[in-house]
Design a protein around this ligand. Structure first.
Ligand code: G4P
Length: 548
């Protein structure tokens, strides 16, 4: 039982995600953050854990073969009086939708840059998502143990390309073979020396304790120490000192440096997250009865404080078949408020369904554990049999609804067919399962019996084919479809249902429904979408749909 009050429990949570271009070092950094946080004992544990999972769930082979991470999960650990929830986001661009949803559950992001490469295309995309959602960003410039770009050039790039004030918290003394360590900016000139791994050694050598720069002569050669002292003066004059308010408002990013692989700069990063990353935020929501409730009061806008008594939150991801032996389906529930106790009953706002949460899971680095209690900011896994969907809001009253998570119009639409026609029914179930999880989108044309599967990128189809084979024992082929775009259809402005029906009647062969039975128009080209929009002004064709 916690001795802390509910607002105190919420205030000590730090729920964050790491965003990075593939290969910048996200996995390595995750591992070393967990190590610094005391959540795992030996480096390599995250990979080992990945391998275990792979052994249990073969489809993750694809992760291994391609060296990318395609699933998002969460890891929880307690360190220095704070509870950290690290959300793992897939790095590959084909999974941006999944990443986007995961970021809706994060209060802060760590942006990892490769010190030799700076900002890369995927960094930029992910950064834009964070900006859109007002997620403050801590920058970690990684791989200092390799030859890096000039640190000032890296900071200029952040300032110019991201329109964000970089505020260096430390300053590196060289890089690669000449990396000596780093000095604290704007403090009392503390110097953290770096120790190289001796050639041929498999053991990591710990880095010496920090000391005042003036007393650190033994770590430098030639004029290096004096050069660093001069550089520090320039840096302190040239960059704005860290201002937490500006960081929280998204105007400034504190910049830290290090080498994830060599466990250098990691404690400093963890400390920065603990001290500066925001606690769970106040979330806008609506108080609204489930649809079709008789005599329902008018919905009203509310804000949900993390210290509010009632348990509220939303599902940002559904992971199916984490353990194929159990065909389990786990909804990742991000709590926005309240004090959750195992066994509690929660209601789904949009369906009014109630569920007893008897076996909620917390994901610790080494294992899953039953969650006895949880607070705002925490993510718990709720096993269920398809009752919970991405975007669902859950609360004790069943009346709190968080803004929906968006679905993006897919960029590629393909027809899917199972080789053995006797398995058609089986295919339907499997496709629906994967669509509910948000792996791909599923459209059922009003005419005919085909399914059209939509994805943001080609890789999603590969993952899907793999999973249909491994988890559902279905051998499928994807074939080109005649469609180029899918658009959700609704009456626009003063349009009515009759306008919608008139439109659907004229385009019947191109009408379909999505997994929620919402009408979708399948256009053969971008030109056709434009043409239809002009011809039917009372209809809106949209690229995103808010779920929940
Ligand atoms: P990602 O999840 O962002 O895709 O990156 P990941 O951590 O897998 O790192 C990509 C590569 O960069 C890996 O090398 C990793 O060892 C290396 N790396 C990560 N951090 C550092 C660092 O601080 N310094 C140096 N020098 N390298 C780093 P790999 O050879 O592709 O994989 P592996 O065989 O080492 O696992």
């Amino acid at each position: 039982m916690s001795k802390l009050t509910l607002p105190e429990e919420a205030a000590r949570r730090r729920t964050f995600a790491i965003i990075a271009h593939p290969d910048a070092g996200k996995t390595t950094l995750t591992e070393h953050i967990l190590l610094a946080g005391g959540a795992v004992r030996a480096a390599g544990a995250v990979k080992a854990r990945g391998d275990n999972r792979r052994a249990r769930s073969d489809w993750m082979k694809i992760e291994k073969e391609r060296g990318i991470s395609v699933t998002a999960s969460v890891m929880t650990f307690e360190h220095d009086g704070k509870m950290f929830n690290l959300l793992d986001t897939p790095g590959h661009e084909d999974f941006s939708e999944d990443t986007y949803r995961t970021l809706t559950a994060a209060d802060c992001a760590i942006m990892v840059l490769d010190a030799a490469k700076g900002i890369e295309p995927q960094t930029l995309k992910l950064f834009e998502v964070c900006r859109l959602r007002d997620i403050p960003i801590i920058t970690f410039i990684n791989k200092l143990d390799r030859e890096a770009q000039d640190p000032m050039a890296l900071l200029d790039e952040i300032a110019n390309r991201l329109q964000l004030d970089p505020s260096p918290i430390w300053w590196p003394a060289e890089s690669g073979n000449r990396l000596r360590g780093m000095v604290q900016v704007g403090g009392d000139g503390r110097f953290q020396p770096y120790t190289k791994k001796p050639a041929g050694s498999t053991e990591d050598v710990p880095h010496p304790a920090a000391l005042p720069l003036g007393e650190a002569a033994q770590y430098f050669e030639g004029s290096e120490q004096a050069d660093l002292t001069d550089a520090l003066e320039l840096v302190e004059a040239g960059y704005k000192p860290f201002d937490r308010q500006a960081f929280l408002e998204g105007h400034m990013t504190p910049v830290l440096w290090g080498s994830a692989l060599r466990h250098f700069g990691i404690e400093e990063l963890l400390k920065a997250i603990g001290e500066w990353a925001p606690p769970p935020k106040v979330m806008p929501a609506r108080k609204e009865a489930p649809p079709e409730t008789r005599n329902a009061p008018t919905p009203e806008d509310i804000t949900v404080e993390p210290g509010r008594d009632e348990v509220t939150g939303f599902v940002f991801k559904v992971q199916a078949n984490m353990d194929p032996n159990h065909r389990d389906r786990i909804a990742m529930f991000r709590m926005a408020s309240g004090s959750f106790k195992r066994g509690m009953k929660l209601k789904v706002q949009n369906t009014g369904k109630q569920l007893s949460v008897n076996a909620p899971i917390m994901f610790f680095a080494s294992d899953r554990e039953l969650a006895e209690d949880a607070y705002a900011g925490d993510v718990i896994g709720i096993p269920n049999h398809g009752v919970l969907r991405v975007g669902d809001s859950l609360s004790e009253s069943g009346l709190v609804r968080f803004a929906g998570l968006p679905n993006f119009a897919p960029e590629i639409l393909q027809r899917v067919r199972v080789k053995d026609p006797l398995k058609a029914k089986h295919l339907k179930k499997a496709l629906e399962g994967l669509a509910e999880e948000g792996v791909t989108q599923l459209f059922r044309p009003e005419l005919g019996s085909d399914f059209i599967v939509g994805a943001v990128g080609q890789l999603q189809f590969e993952v899907m084919a793999d999973r249909l084979g491994e988890e559902y024992n279905l051998d499928v082929v994807f074939e080109p479809s005649p469609y180029a775009e899918a658009r959700w259809v609704a009456p626009a402005g003063d349009g009515t249902r009759a306008d919608l029906e008139d439109f659907a009647g004229k385009y019947r062969p191109q009408m379909a429904v999505d997994i929620d039975q919402n009408p979708v128009f399948l256009a053969k080209s971008a030109w056709e979408t434009g043409y239809v929009s002009e011809r039917f002004p009372k209809i809106s064709l949209t690229k995103t749909k808010e779920r929940g």
